[in-house]
Design a binder for this molecule. Structure first.
Ligand code: PEP
Length: 248
């Protein structure tokens, strides 16, 4: 059995005090959640949000991590730095990082290996653009990402994959339940083939892309979908709680 996981990606939103306010509002609303709940916050919010999360089951995540252990990488944050602050999850390879910050499959792979080595759980984002989907290239694009991004990982149950069609992120345009289920089914099948014997059966795959209180029930009812990575709807406590409580 794979335990569903709903993670919020705050992106570059919420100062530390706003973040504390948000999690304080969120805590009572998700206290009976059956799924795993994570908030992935800006680096600078981590200490304050960590403190505010005390006594709740909500887990703390970051939105990026550097692949080197330490050294001359001005402005970067290492996996050990996150670990020492009690961070448990880290988003890697979000399409915004690929688009605006030169993230490549190679750096996604290096960051993922570094996060695992430090004992963090990477949430690795993959997905196709609208052009690629319309050109019938979805499976080809995903297969290439699968081969490069997850190379060298011994136990794939230690990572979470977020399938995020780029055309659905922040656009209000969600993949249909069937599209998301079918594509995630493809990812799992392909990964089982490429990474046979590496525990793919226990690896969770989330859907991400304009998931919200209205569409979460349908998406989460799909057998292949193990959770959601939530952007916009994670910024309001009642909306994020409604997604977390999709089963109520
Ligand atoms: C995301 O940023 O990962 C995301 C899915 O955003 P949104 O929910 O706003 O589409």
């Amino acid at each position: 059995m794979r335990k569903p996981i709903i993670a919020g990606n705050w992106k570059m939103n919420n100062t530390a005090s706003e973040g504390v306010e948000l999690v304080n509002a969120l805590k009572p609303l998700v206290k009976d959640a059956k799924c795993e709940v994570v908030v992935c916050v800006p680096f600078i919010d981590i200490p304050a949000v960590k403190k505010a999360l005390r006594g709740s089951k909500i887990k703390l995540g970051a939105q990026n991590v550097h692949f080197a252990e330490k050294g001359a990488y001005t402005g970067e944050i290492s996996a050990n730095m996150l670990k020492e602050y009690g961070v448990q999850y880290v988003i890697i390879g979000h399409s915004e990082r690929r688009q605006y910050f030169g993230e490549t499959d190679e750096t996604v792979n290096k960051r993922t290996l570094a996060a695992l080595a430090a004992g963090l759980t990477p949430i690795v984002c993959i997905g196709e653009s609208l052009e690629e989907r319309e050109g019938g290239l979805t499976e080809k694009v995903l297969s290439a990402q699968i081969e490069k991004d997850f190379a060298g990982i011994e136990d794939l149950s230690k990572i979470v994959v977020a399938y995020e069609p780029i055309w659905a992120i922040g656009t209000g345009r969600t993949a249909t339940d069937e599209q998301a289920n079918e594509t995630i089914g493809f990812i799992r099948k392909r990964m089982k083939k490429v990474y046979a014997g590496k525990n793919v059966g226990r690896m969770r795959i989330q859907y991400g892309g304009s998931m919200n209180p209205k569409n979460c029930k349908g998406l989460m009812a799909q057998p292949e979908i193990d959770g959601g990575l939530i952007g916009g709807a994670s910024l309001k406590a009642p909306d994020f709680a409604a997604v977390v409580n999709y089963d109520k």
